[in-house]
Each structure stands twice: as structure tokens, then as C-alpha cells.
Design a protein around this ligand. Structure first.
Ligand code: PLP
Length: 283
């Protein structure tokens, strides 16, 4: 395997960043994960738009223009011979002597890109059975709309899910409403067939998959309600599912030990999963 690190392609096992990289010291950086399908990038434009937004909110410069960045992503995919998988990119505020305040203007941001294959057959098998989720308090900061590499609460939540034999942890705010999963967006489908997902304020990451599912729902004539919902409403819903670039649409069959719907993957979620790539940009 090969990684791109600040201008060069290096063997993955030897790829390293400086000990004073601000990503390492302060989680002062952002990332993107883009699905690779047939060697091409899924929804690259939206991922680049979100990257620019995350960087802008943190006042980190783009490490290079979009066009060359797209070339680096593709070259990393190519050199790793990834047909189906993901490409990961991370930008940090760069290397500087440790000080909480930002380094002096002109300090170049650091860019790392990796790519790996994913066994989508295993994903499909999970989707065919449906997955379990548990709930956890959402104790993250108030700017999770920024795709920051500061993911410790997310890691703790995912680990709790794993230890309980669940696929994902749904995070619940102080008022009892689900915000999103530790690395996925959260959805339910009401008895009358409306898709419900939380509005994208500062309390969730506005998933690219979420946005493309909106496009798909428009095409399919499905109604979306952007609003909050509770764990109880989700447990009593017709269907539930989660979404992200690598899970696409993953049906949920159990929440906190209680079955959703009839306890089998829902037909609407399964259909959205099958049709997702018909509306996504693949380039
Ligand atoms: N929410 C969180 C916290 C995430 O980390 C992710 C993706 O990693 C998502 C939602 C889904 O976003 P996307 O569809 O862009 O992968």
C-alpha cells in the first residue's frame, strides 16, 4: 500500500507526519471519506464542497486547489489498486512549535491521503440481515457540523456499541432526541412512509450520503421530514436505517434491544440502498 504525504507517495508502512503536526497534538484538522466504486469517486463534488466549508470554518487554508487534489485522490486510489473501497484525506493546520494559538500566517497545511479496498459483499450481507444500534448520550462539542478529526467521543460511542454486539451507537442530546450515529446519519421511516432525519444544524454532520438520499427520495416521490425524533419514536417506527459514504443505506432491525418494525430490514431502506448509485455523482 501507498500513502500520499505532503507531496510524495510513500510506502504505507513508512508514512509518517511530524510530532509537532497540529493534527497530532490538538486534533486541529479535518478529513473526508469518499466512496470508491469501480475505481471512480462517488460524490466527489459534494465531498470537496464540505471539505472547503470545514476548512473555512476553522480558518485552515486548502492545501491545494480542487483540481490537483482530485488528481492526488485518484492517483492514490490507482496506486493502491482500489476498485471498490474508500479514499481518505486529512488536512491539518500544519507543523509548528506547540502553542494552542494558531501558527504564523503562511504555515502550510499538511495533507495526507490514503485509499483502501472494502469488502462490500460483507456490507451487503449486513444490510440483508439488518443491524443493531444502541443509544448513548451525545457529549460532543457544539460544532460537529465541521468534519474535524477530533473524534474521541465518537470512538468511545462506537466501542460501546461493539462491546454490546451492536453495529452503531445513536447519540442522544440532553432533550432526549437522536442527533446522529457515531459515524453515520440516523433515519427513521414513519408508519405513513415519510423519511425522518434530523435537520442539519450545528448538531450533526451534514452527511453527503444524506444529501444524495434526499435527491433519491425526490426522484422516487418519497417525503422527507427534517426534524428531531426520540429513541422511543424510532423503536415504534416502520423502519430505521443509517447512512454514510461506506455503509450507504444500512437497515436497522433493533434499537436498544427492541425490534424495529417487524424486526427485519425494511423494504424502503432496502430499495434506497439498491438505487443509491443511480443518483450519486460517480466520476
Ligand atoms: N455523521 C458522522 C458523525 C460521521 O462521521 C459521518 C461520516 O463519517 C456521517 C455522519 C456520514 O457522512 P457521509 O454520508 O458524508 O459519509
Amino acid at each position: 500500500r501507498v500513502a500520499y504525504v505532503n507531496g510524495s507517495y510513500v510506502p504505507h508502512g513508512e508514512a509518517a507526519v511530524h510530532i509537532e503536526d497540529r493534527g497530532y497534538q490538538f486534533a486541529d484538522g479535518v478529513y473526508e471519506v469518499c466512496e470508491v466504486r469501480g475505481g471512480r469517486l462517488v460524490d466527489e463534488t459534494r465531498h470537496m464542497d464540505r471539505l472547503e466549508r470545514s476548512l473555512g470554518e476553522l480558518r485552515i487554508a486548502m492545501p491545494m486547489d480542487r483540481k490537483p487534489l482530485g488528481m492526488v485522490l485518484r492517483e492514490t486510489v490507482r496506486r493502491n489498486r482500489v476498485r471498490n473501497g474508500l479514499v481518505y484525506l486529512q488536512v491539518t493546520r500544519g507543523v509548528a512549535r506547540r502553542d494552542h494559538a494558531f501558527p504564523k500566517p503562511g504555515t502550510p497545511p499538511a495533507l495526507v491521503v490514503t485509499a483502501k479496498s472494502i469488502d462490500f459483499a460483507k456490507n451487503d450481507a449486513n444490510a440483508a440481515k439488518g443491524v443493531k444500534v444502541i443509544s448513548m448520550p451525545d457529549n460532543r462539542w457544539e460544532r460537529v457540523d465541521i468534519k474535524s478529526v477530533g473524534l474521541l467521543p465518537n470512538c468511545i460511542a462506537k466501542q460501546a456499541a461493539r462491546e454490546k454486539g451492536a453495529y452503531e451507537a445513536w447519540l442522544v442530546d440532553d432533550d432526549g432526541f437522536v442527533t446522529e450515529g457515531s459515524s453515520t446519519n440516523a433515519w427513521i421511516i414513519t408508519k405513513d412512509g415519510a423519511l425522518v432525519t434530523r435537520f442539519a444544524d450545528n448538531g450533526i454532520l451534514k452527511g453527503i450520503t444524506r444529501t444524495t438520499i434526499f435527491d433519491l427520495c425526490k426522484r422516487e416521490g418519497l417525503r422527507i421530514e427534517e426534524r428531531k425524533f426520540t429513541i422511543e419514536e424510532a423503536q415504534n417506527a416502520r423502519e430505521a436505517f443509517l447512512s454514510s459514504a461506506t455503509t450507504i443505506v444500512m437497515p436497522i432491525v433493533e434499537i436498544d434491544g427492541r425490534p424495529v418494525g417487524n424486526g427485519a430490514p425494511g423494504s424502503i431502506a432496502t430499495d434506497l440502498r439498491a438505487k443509491f448509485h443511480e443518483v450519486a455523482e460517480i466520476a
